[in-house]
Design a binder for this molecule. Structure first.
Ligand code: ADP
Ligand code: RBF
Ligand code: MG
Length: 151
């Protein structure tokens, strides 16, 4: 794959979105700041991606499995492109304004619209299990040792 954009390493600040992730979809997503979204290469189109995430927060040295959506969120008729990461971990508190480092390793599917929020929520749950399975491979595990994640 000569022109693959993966792995794509990036980091940014977590900002507030519309608050729909947790409430309407049962899936909180850490939304990246505009500058970080603008840096995405055009080859990373509207879609759902899997990879690893690390929060730059004292006392948290873990690298977590994650899914990231990139796009205008057509189900909500969004106009602005967002990049949002759902971490496969239950956190005790929110982490707005913190820095999140991620590596996107591959694509799961294209972003699309759905009949209703239940269908989108079900698709997201499916994406989460797909990501979790892929990330269990040795090929994905190698990124845990990558210098990008050493503080
Ligand atoms: P917003 O629209 O402001 O992004 P969300 O409902 O999507 O609101 O909630 C996102 C926030 O929830 C994140 O910014 C983060 O601080 C917090 N959060 C808690 N647990 C997680 C998780 N497992 N993955 C991502 N964000 C989480
Ligand atoms: N939004 C869409 O409009 N279409 C999608 O196909 C879509 N897929 C997503 C997949 C995952 C794994 C996640 C975490 C989010 C997805 N979203 C999608 C984004 C969703 O609309 C957004 O997180 C909420 O609007 C909260 O900001
Ligand atoms: Mg969000």
């Amino acid at each position: 794959m000569a022109n693959s954009p993966f792995p794509y390493f990036t980091s940014g600040t977590i900002v507030h979105g519309f608050g729909r992730g947790s409430k309407e979809l049962g899936c909180p997503t850490a939304n990246f700041d505009e500058t970080t979204v603008e840096k995405l290469p055009s080859s990373i189109h509207q879609g759902v991606y899997y990879g690893w995430a690390k929060l730059l927060k004292k006392g948290d040295n873990e690298i977590y499995k994650m899914v990231t959506s990139v796009g205008t969120n057509p189900f909500y008729n969004g106009e602005k492109k967002t990049m949002e990461t759902h971490i496969l971990h239950q956190f005790r508190e929110d982490f707005y304004d913190e820095t999140l480092k991620i590596v996107l390793i591959g694509e799961i599917r294209k972003m699309t619209t759905f009949e209703n929020a239940n269908e989108l929520a079900a698709a997201i749950q499916n994406d989460i299990s797909t990501a979790s399975n892929k990330l269990d491979s040795d090929e994905c595990g190698q990124y845990l040792k990558h210098s990008f994640f050493q503080q």
